[in-house]
Write a protein that binds this ligand. Structure first.
Ligand SMILES: Cc1cc2nc3c(=O)[nH]c(=O)nc-3n(C[C@H](O)[C@H](O)[C@H](O)COP(=O)(O)OP(=O)(O)OC[C@H]3O[C@@H](n4cnc5c(N)ncnc54)[C@H](O)[C@@H]3O)c2cc1C
Length: 357
């Protein structure tokens, strides 16, 4: 934006995950960016399961925000009340905003995601879980979606002799939207690794022990089969974070927590408010395939490329439409399976347009 055209707009970005960080960086030179994030570090989430089985990987997935913005500021706090022009933080501070970007993502049970706000605490939690896992011979993974599959691969790449059971209520691995031949290939890879697949059956109750802690238990499936294991991990439960929406933004929050947006990721009725990434509910075909947007808007991934020398982009033909979906894996390791999640960094262009930059 040209300085002569008046004061720079203030863009408050709420959440410093993949989406928020990309938007904040892209706009930093041209508008006043305020990034609100309770954690002290960006979490390179897609490496979390590798870090669980290899704690030496931990420093690579917690990246301090200190060097993120040249001009804007990162406010270490949590947004508790957000309307179209005002963001109230847990500390009580209120920030007036010309534009608001909701990038608060989603929660997921540990170890796929971590709740800890301090990187040191989070790393301690991963190290503790690693230690518990080391001593467990039998592992039960409840949920055979992308996280369960990936965790099975990680555990067996580190400890080939552990017995891993992957259980899901669904009849097949992976959840919806993936081609049958991909599912078949993954099933085969899992079987080849020695994973015991228990599909099409649920548990009468979740294990009585705390997830990620070593403690032997027996659970019973709905069909009456007993499974005994020494540790279990919950591999289901994505919950979008949007409980802070207030005033006239509150109506954009759907009953399931996702935020309703239009094609330019704007919250309905508010040209100055955007929702991106996991918290946004998108109804068009490109909604979750980052790769499609990356190919169209190549700038978007430079930050992630820089943030870890060990990360590489891999494109794989995953979906029915014949387009490539996005997969990212650590390049130096053998992360067995890492699938497409959902965030839409293409919004940066749209937002930049809206801000007149
Ligand atoms: C184990 C694992 C592997 C994955 N692998 C892949 C992959 O290979 N490819 C892929 O495309 N996707 C992958 N995903 C999915 C991907 O991580 C998500 O789609 C992505 O993290 C979404 O980014 P986001 O910025 O929307 O939200 P998030 O990454 O969830 O970030 C949201 C941020 O908002 C902050 N926040 C929350 N509430 C508030 C508040 N009230 N105020 C301020 N800040 C707040 C949080 O602390 C967090 O830092 C994987 C996910 C997991 C768990």
């Amino acid at each position: 934006m040209n300085q002569d055209q008046g004061p720079r707009p203030t863009v408050v970005v709420i959440g410093g995950g993949y989406g928020g960080v990309a938007v904040a960086r892209a706009l930093d030179a041209d508008v006043d960016v305020v990034l609100v994030e309770p954690k002290d570090s960006f979490v390179h989430n897609i490496g979390a399961l590798r870090a669980l089985v290899d704690p030496t990987f931990l420093p690579k997935i917690f990246l301090p925000y200190s060097a993120l913005l040249a001009q804007g500021r990162v406010v270490r706090d949590r947004a508790v009340e957000v309307d179209a022009h005002r963001v109230v933080l847990a500390s009580g501070e209120a920030i007036t905003a010309d534009y608001v970007v909701l990038a608060t993502g989603s929660t997921y049970p540990f170890p796929a995601k971590s709740n800890a706000h301090d990187a040191e605490d989070a790393m301690d939690n991963y190290r503790a879980a690693y230690s518990e896992l080391t001593h467990a011979d039998r592992v039960l993974l409840v949920g055979a979606g992308p996280v369960g599959i990936e965790l099975a691969g990680e555990i067996l790449s580190k400890w080939p002799d552990k017995h891993v059971t992957l259980l899901d209520l669904a009849d097949d691995v992976l959840g919806g939207n993936f081609r049958p031949d991909l599912r078949a290939e993954l099933r085969q890879q899992l079987v080849d690794l020695g994973v015991e697949l228990v599909l099409g059956v649920g548990l009468r109750q979740l294990p009585p022990t705390v997830s990620a802690e070593h403690a032997t238990f027996t659970v019973t499936t709905n069909s009456g089969r007993e499974i005994t294991a020494d540790i279990w991990f919950q591999c289901f439960g994505v919950t979008p974070v949007s409980d802070y929406l207030s005033g006239d933004l509150a109506v954009a929050r759907q009953p399931d927590g996702f935020v309703t947006v239009g094609p330019a990721l704007q919250v309905a009725g508010h040209d100055n408010v955007f929702a991106i990434g996991d918290c946004a509910a998108c109804e068009w075909p490109e909604k979750k395939a980052l790769g499609k947007l990356v190919r169209r808007k190549s700038f978007t991934f430079s930050g992630l490329r820089r943030s870890s020398k060990n990360m590489a982009l891999v494109f794989a033909d995953l979906d029915d439409g014949g387009d490539n979906a996005f997969v990212v894996v650590p390049a130096d390791g053998e992360l067995h399976i890492s699938l497409c999640g959902g965030f839409e960094l293409g919004v940066v262009d749209e937002l930049a347009c809206q801000c007149g930059v």
